[in-house]
Design a binder for this molecule. Sequence first.
Ligand SMILES: [Ca+2]
Ligand SMILES: [Ca+2]
Length: 356
Amino acid sequence: MTALKRPLWAAALVLLAVGSALAQRAPEGVQGPSPPIIRTNPTDGAEMVWVPAGEFLMGTDKAEIPRLVEFAKKMGDADAKAWFYEEEMPQHKVKVDGFWLYKHEVTNEQFEKFVKAMGYKPEKGDLWRRYSEKYTEGGKANHPVVYVTWKDAVAYCQWAGGRLPTEAEWEYAARRTDARQFPWENDWDPRGCNFADKRSKRAWSDKTVDDGYEYTAPVGSYPQGASPFGALDMTGNVCEWCSSLYKHYPYSGDDGREDSSADGARVVRGGSWDDCWYTLRVAFRYYQFVPSYAFYDVGFRVVVSAGRPFRSRLDTKNGTGTFSSSRPSPGAIVPIGARSVRPSRNDSLPIRAQAP
Ligand SMILES: [Ca+2]
Ligand SMILES: [Ca+2]
């Protein structure tokens, strides 16, 4: 070996070592999200994922609309129109503080624990239990609770030491900062959620896909559909109550929409087992939801603010808690079959699932 060649061999060895190290790393842009930071809420045993503070793009860019309409037509919806997406505009930046978010939707088992612990009387009595049994493939304990009103959901959150997510928190937790259309990516993937598949009797169901469930699925059944922060079923399974009043964009937490005592429709997000792809998009927000209604496919999940101790805010001395009611409040029970295929064009926004 000559003196000239020796440095070349050394350089080659260095390059081999660097190449080997690079080979052990995922290629740029392919690497998945970091493993979620998990914490358990001792009150109900729920796992929570950490959603760090950030600024994200909320809503949908007008420039995206033609592509969305085109995709809808490709998916077989020949009547797709741009106004389906109007309530998602304008797209705007929103800053969100860090928070803990339930990894899963609240389950029947957890809601039962809450009802028993607090002697809580849900606004629609035991309908949640009876209908849960009907719409959860046998009343499985680990299916999401349904037929709970907005106040029922708020009361549960307070018992669990938390609150409902704001609409902004919910969307940020589902899509992070890249304005993706679904928790997993930008394109529809039927493997990511429980939606209206071939088991559904709906006209808008996708007869080419079998996701395993006609109604709800056990929470967390679709790990492939995890959000960038590790939350599951943000799309599909059941829609989820948010704290926010339904108002036009841009979102502002200071304009009264986060007033929990105000009257008006509340936001529900994420779509359900009864929905097709475009109402499963994480930016979708067309319908209003009457807070005293109970829906067959609407449940919720909980947010715990950063640094907040896990202490119930319900008055345990009174047994029934702040939001309990001995009589059902006015408002409808919305049975399956009450849904329309798609939003209808009205002067005012439609109330989703009008009482029959
Ligand atoms: Ca399904
Ligand atoms: Ca959901």
